[in-house]
Design a protein. Sequence first.
Lengths: 262, 189
Amino acid sequence: MKCQECQHRLLEWAEGELEENLWIDVSEHLQHCLSCRREAEVLARILEALKELNETEEVSSPPVSLWGRLPERRIRAIGWSLALVATLTLAFAMGWKARGISLPLRDPNQTVVTDQQPRLQDRPIVVVRKNEAVKKNPAEHSNSTNRSAPPKGVAPKVPPSPPRPSVRRRLFPRAIVRESEAPITGVEVTAGTEWVPVILVPLTWGSEEQQAQPYRISVTTRSPASGLERTLVKEWTEEGNLSTQWMERLTATALDSPISNP
Amino acid sequence: MKEEDIVRNAQRGDRHAYEILVRTYWSKIYRLAASIVGRDEAEDVACEVFLQAWRALPKFRLQSSFHTWLYRITVNFALRRKKKMDREEPMEFVEFPEEDQEPSLRDIEAAACEREQRSLVAQWVQQLPDELRTPLLLRFWNDLSYAEIAEILGIKETTARMRTASALKRLAVKWVEVFGEPLERRQSG
């Protein structure tokens, strides 16, 4: 090995990074070459001094103030913010939904059935119309008045959809509850054969962008003779004929009198 | 617990885990900072490094080892600080006076003691340019491999080796200037 190559590999030799064969070659060269041996010894002394310098230099502990300067991790703040937004969104959505579920928000106007219509296929047909207390436009009023008494034996027709008011689009549509403006006709009630007063509570609900399409109609009939009270609640029905099962229960007065055959 | 687990906990905001990391690497970061900006600024730089690392920890992907990442932050931050310091007040290195370029035999004998040697070596290290001093100290003070040094400094591994060797060469020249050839002294002594 020549001096140039030896000096080139001296650092690796001093650090013990040379392969065994090369390490032996460099070591043998150093034994015979005074110049390279001097360089190797200087190098070894400097490395030793560096090492000692590193070991002897005292380093103080981290200052106590460092711990106080560590800020709360931002990712946590982001996480909490996201959680808060998610919670508020969920709460808003649930609240909206809950408002829809918890209808009605106030006592609705009532429509009382006063007409008893002839039977159709051995079932009474009760035509209901709105109470005068319910606001409606004059045209609709006249229509509903005209349709309030359909011809004998003819099933009531489906009323036309009410005109939708123009609604300004909102980012978060507000749930609304209002009385139905549509003529409530053609409700087929599979009640008993006897005449019963029917209380109809027409309500519509939905969002501002879904105007009054669904009905929530609650019909309660009570037979003065038998005391049998029948309640019909139909939600989100299409406009038109309404046919559903009655839920029956006896009122307090009915308990005192025998139930007549419905 | 493995260091990787501690780092992951610290990433999730566990301050206790991060305190373990700070205490583990404080002295190494302090020394590395001191080698670049001097002891007076070392503690401040080390604190800033650990604060920066704490803030940046969530972005650390553990693709390299934690200490390599930490050293990279230290080197970058300390070099920026040093540039700023140099602009404001150029760092004064202790240079040997002209008349001491060839020290007397008495001076050489006095400097022969290890303490003096270390002191001189420390001065010479400080006088090295940053691009030579940093790889040298990362290698011999922080026991990093050349591959790690290359990753920290953003240079090739061979460049890291060459710069380290070049730094040692300069120190060796200084050494010989002050203490003479070791074998010659032995022969002469």
